[in-house]
Design a protein around this ligand. Structure first.
Ligand code: SF4
Length: 246
């Protein structure tokens, strides 16, 4: 693949999928890859709703980037929040910081704060665009560029699926795309504040997410089907819980 071929490929993937499957929505968590997708979309005159999920536990640096990105790209961002009653129920069951007590408790928190708002955001959509790459995590090594998410009844596009971390960094630098200030402080992957920490040089980039869990379980549920498989992985991939840890 030539130096910029991956870039034109991603633009073509976006244009073709958005034209074929409307309405389209981009779930943006404002990570590095998502900022690339946001910038790529700014180069395409096609209707795409951009939304993000404010879990209520995001770090202030992510809120600052959301505001900056809206100013920079002039594109409205739909911000979804969890349902208050569901958070109250989860907190009553597990306690305010109960997500570290067990994998079930953590997944229940992600279900309330992330997965349910995602379902609302995707209602009525025919295309779900993500910034996932295979390089991000062992649990994402088999994602497809375009797949059909039967459980949600839509197509799912990850236009950067085959991009390397270096290609992402190169695109961000060449286009002066703003990124989360936490990246410069050792946070390669950023989620909710209590479930994200900085990593040491050379450490796995996902090591700072849910660091008390095994690598193969580090998915919040946004990209899982009811059977536990990634909703856009090749059919042969085993459920997340049954994968070997790297
Ligand atoms: S990342 Fe942590 S705080 Fe955020 S929804 Fe998941 S368990 Fe809850």
């Amino acid at each position: 693949m030539t130096a910029r071929r991956h870039e034109s490929d991603a633009l073509a993937r976006l244009a073709e999928a958005i034209a074929a499957h409307r309405p389209a929505a981009f779930s943006c968590s404002f990570g590095r890859e998502d900022m690339v997708v946001l910038h790529l979309l700014s180069r395409l005159p096609l209707p795409v709703e951009v939304f993000t999920i404010d879990t209520g536990r995001l770090p202030p640096e992510t809120h600052e980037l959301i505001a900056l990105a809206q100013r920079r790209f002039g594109r409205p961002v739909r911000i979804l929040a969890p349902q208050a009653a569901a958070i109250e129920e989860w907190t009553a069951d597990y306690g305010p910081e109960g997500f570290r007590a067990s994998l079930d408790a953590r997944r229940a928190c992600c279900a309330v704060r992330k997965v349910e708002p995602l379902a609302r955001a995707l209602e009525g959509k025919r295309l779900w665009i993500t910034g996932l790459t295979r390089a991000q995590a062992v649990s994402r090594a088999a994602i497809e560029v375009l797949s059909h998410d039967a459980a949600r009844g839509l197509f799912k596009l990850s236009p950067l699926a085959d991009w390397s971390d270096e290609q992402v960094d190169d695109y961000l630098a060449r286009n002066e795309v703003p990124i989360n200030a936490l990246h410069a402080r050792g946070y390669p992957s950023i989620g909710c504040a209590p479930c994200t920490r900085a990593v040491a040089p050379g450490e796995d980039p996902r090591a700072g997410r849910w660091w008390w869990e095994a690598p193969a379980t580090k998915e919040c549920g946004l990209h899982l089907s009811p059977d536990g498989r990634l909703s856009h992985a090749r059919a042969s991939q085993r459920p997340i819980d049954q994968q070997e840890t790297a």
